[in-house]
Design a protein around this ligand. Structure first.
Ligand SMILES: Cc1ncc(COP(=O)(O)O)c(C=O)c1O
Length: 418
């Protein structure tokens, strides 16, 4: 599987290297996470901060490399509000270059070459490749269609106890499938890792970048109990929730106990320790975005605190627009008679890819669809779905303008059904 995955990655790079002009080449990015900001606008409080960048002193000053204090304070406040706790202090929260930067720092800071990681697939594919390139072994547990490709606690426990693991990666809501873990499932899995920790230290990353986009936000409120797990690092990002992937703004919150252990072992405050690993590729976002991030935290804080606030109303409208576009895609997929998994968060739906028995078949269909119809639709294998998972699935995103969604999906369905 590893080999095929690299083949696809190389193929994608070839496409980009040809310098294809997306607009003139008329490629329909059915799997792209580009979000149409005219359909899903930024709240004015944040948009204003972005417009004001060139007027602020932030442009000409160096900021703190692990994120300016006022930004970390804003993130701390938001994450404490989300968990209804006072767990985090600014020493436990770090601003990173996307959630990708957060994961990269965690690998480099907490794991050694030869470490072993258990991942619950599917995942954001970069996270497996990044670990493998650092000499870390990655195992994927098995998940199946009859459970919406969610893990079961028993299967997870069996997978975890089969090897010596140093870290577990959990993605909730799942991606790109978009299901939300019920509290019993999430806490069941974390309890397994807690029990495992009594024999052997094992960290867990909880990748929550799709949480703010859950159609029912109550479902992603797990309460203060989530703060009890001292091996847990939660990663998040503004790429999806605010449709600003280009700004590369992410962060993570590590349990204070974890930070204390790093401090004892190294003499470094954890955030400076991680920063000074010299992660040049995936460091921290430019401090110039600080006021925007703080405004974003304030916005989501209001959404969390008061469902009748103008911010909550604004956000519900934004999510409803995604839901409408999902309905457009769903009607077309229903008409075609294909299997799909109803997402509980924006902004993609996984659809059956008929005729693909193996990952190689999936990649072949991807290539042929692109050549024949100029539609770019990434297969489940890229996201490390199990090799033998049936049915094979393909990602359809609905963050783009509705007209493009319709045209891209019409072309793709026409091809897939033949
Ligand atoms: C599940 C998941 N986690 C993390 C990321 C990384 O996000 P960022 O843009 O913040 O690096 C992505 C990006 O696609 C993702 O889909």
């Amino acid at each position: 599987m590893h080999k095929e995955y690299q083949v696809l990655r190389n193929y994608l790079h070839e496409i980009w290297a040809q310098g294809i002009d997306v607009a003139s080449a008329e490629i329909f990015f059915l799997s792209d996470f580009r979000i149409d900001l005219s359909e899903h606008p930024l709240h004015e409080s944040m948009a204003k901060k972005l417009r004001n960048i060139d007027k602020s002193w932030h442009l000409s000053e160096y900021g703190n490399t692990s994120g300016d204090i006022f930004v970390r304070e804003a993130l701390t406040k938001l994450e404490n509000a989300r968990l209804e706790t006072n767990l985090y202090s600014i020493d436990d929260v770090m601003l990173t270059l996307g959630a990708t930067g957060a994961i990269s720092m965690i690998y480099k800071g907490f794991l050694k070459r030869g470490a072993r990681v258990l991942m619950i697939p599917p995942i954001y594919y970069v996270f497996a490749g990044a670990a493998e390139q650092l000499g870390i072994t990655v195992d994927m547990m098995n998940v199946a269609r009859d459970n919406d490709f969610l893990p079961t606690i028993d299967a997870f426990e069996a997978a975890l106890s089969s090897q010596d693991y140093d870290l577990v990666l959990i993605t909730n809501p799942t991606y790109p499938i978009g299901r939300v873990y019920q509290p019993d499932l999430l806490f069941g899995i974390l309890d397994c890792i807690a029990a495992y920790n009594r024999q052997r230290p094992c960290l867990a990353i909880l990748d929550e970048v799709y949480a703010q986009m859950a159609f029912d936000l109550d479902k992603v409120h797990y309460g203060p109990h989530l703060a009890d797990y001292d091996f847990l690092i939660r990663t998040n990002s503004m790429s999806k929730s605010l449709g600003t992937a280009g700004l590369r703004v992410g962060y993570f919150c590590a349990h204070p106990e974890l930070c204390r252990r790093v401090h004892e072992g190294t003499g470094w405050r954890v955030m400076d320790f991680l920063n000074d690993l010299g992660d040049l590729e995936y460091g921290t976002p430019p401090p110039v975005f600080g006021p925007y991030i703080a405004a974003g935290c304030e916005f989501f804080g209001r959404v969390e605190a008061d469902e009748n606030s103008p911010e909550a109303t604004f956000w519900r409208r934004n999510l409803a627009r995604y839901w409408d576009k999902y309905q457009v895609a769903k009607a077309m997929i229903d008409d075609a008679g294909l299997d799909y998994i109803e997402p509980e968060t924006a902004f993609s739906v996984m659809v059956e890819l008929r005729g693909a028995r193996t990952p190689e078949d999936q990649f072949e269909i991807f290539k042929r669809l692109l050549a024949a119809k100029r539609v770019y639709a990434l297969p489940g294998a890229l996201y490390r779905m199990p090799d033998d998972a049936q049915p094979a699935m393909v990602r359809v995103s609905f963050g783009q303008p509705e007209a493009m969604l319709r045209e891209g999906l019409t072309r793709a369905l026409d091809f897939w059904l033949k």
